[in-house]
Design a protein around this ligand. Sequence first.
Ligand code: HEM
Length: 474
Amino acid sequence: MSNEWPAKPAPTCPVSGSGQEQESPPRAAPLAPGRLPMVGHVWPLMRDPFTFFESLRRRGDIVLIHIGRRPIYVLTTARLAHSVLVENARYFDKGMVYEAVHPLSGNGLLASGRELHRRQRRIIQPLFHKDMIRAYAETMSGEARKLADSWRPGQRVAVDEAMVELTLTTLVRSMFSGRLPRSVVTDILHSLPIFTRGMVARTVLPAWLCRVSGFDRRFLDAAGRLRSAVDAVVQSDHPDGVEGGNLLSHLRAARDPETGEGMSDELIRDELVSIMMAGTETTAATMAWTCHELARNPAVEQRLRAELHDVLDGRPAAYGDLPALAYTRAVVNEALRRYSLLMLFRRATQPVVLGGVQLPAGADVMFSQLDLHRDDRPFPEPDRFEPERWLADRESLPPRDAFIPFGAGNRRCIGEGYAQAEAVIALATILGRWRLAPVPGHSVRRVAAAMPRPNSLPMTVTAVANQGGGLSHV
Ligand code: HEM
């Protein structure tokens, strides 16, 4: 199946005037139906973005929509997304997302402009190197064990909230060795949904609607509180030795390999806020959705449990277990595929021809990773939760460019290795001890946040008894 994809030849994306223009004249992108005066296509996008993106995919590979009066070109194939993120990344910047998150993440990696981004990425990349993740993994395992220890048989747990708290606590410990006051952690937990919902709203709603609906005020208030909390920690924190230190101490010590320059306190604050914002709800949602899917797919759960029993036999998972936890990794990969980010944006910095469509300088481009991962050419039966698709022989695996939960190119997620290690280690540690069953009668829906999350996910926990290879619960 994989060699049938892509069905069309890869598009080119030459810059007009570069002398490399495509031979056939540019075509116009079809306009999506349902555009309303003033708001454009905002209602279908806000009401049910999942169905809206699917409907656009059926219309063509580039479809024009409007957010308010602003035209947006929606890309519906992974090939075009790859063209924008990788092959022609130099013609695009972050655009609308920059405007939406800048008040929160400032000049941090998430939204920084090209030059600063290049420098900061060079400095920060080593902090997410394998050896560093090995060190963070002890915290990942320890925090997951604490959570597993705190549950009692028969307890009803809000798994969505538990996962957000777990990922945030783990990240805070990796960043500051746990020195963030509890009140600040609580404040962040309270603010996170305001950011992720606010981010979508501030990106897709016309500015006037954000103002009158109160989204802007709530987002900016929460952003101000979080920035000053992290500021206070950065300023009060004395530089400690790098050895055995935390992410903050590494950021202080980091130097640009080319110029030898370090970072100001403000920039360190922006980077920490960026990481906190990008790394918490994303990983938490992946773990929560994994629990949800396991409960709906008994055969998958059984195979996972057999692996956890063989590899861990009830003990917490460690970094060294990752290679042996192949099925758990495949389960997490499949959750990443089924529940990816809702939308990514870019803005053309100069006129470009993309997939045969002429885009003017300043044109906004958007695609939904979640929808791209439902393309049935690289992912047969895309609505099935099937971890086995990630365990096939190399040549039968889904093509690498079709699966981009962490983005691609120079803005690819810096925390990819961290997130994957955390999801596998934490889930293996928790699920090695507990079985999570859905609460009867509760229906779980996807909420359209930056990373879609469950509306709520109450589950009842039952202790797993490992009995010499046979598995049961008590
Ligand atoms: C399942 C979890 C995660 C997913 C699905 C995810 C996804 C992504 C994606 C798609 C991007 C690229 C955005 C773009 O191109 O516009 C990104 C960027 C980023 N992510 Fe993640 N992420 C996850 C976890 C993390 C974690 C754990 C951290 C940090 C500990 C992190 C930190 C960042 C940062 C700082 C950026 C900006 C990178 C840059 O522009 O250089 N992410 N993430």
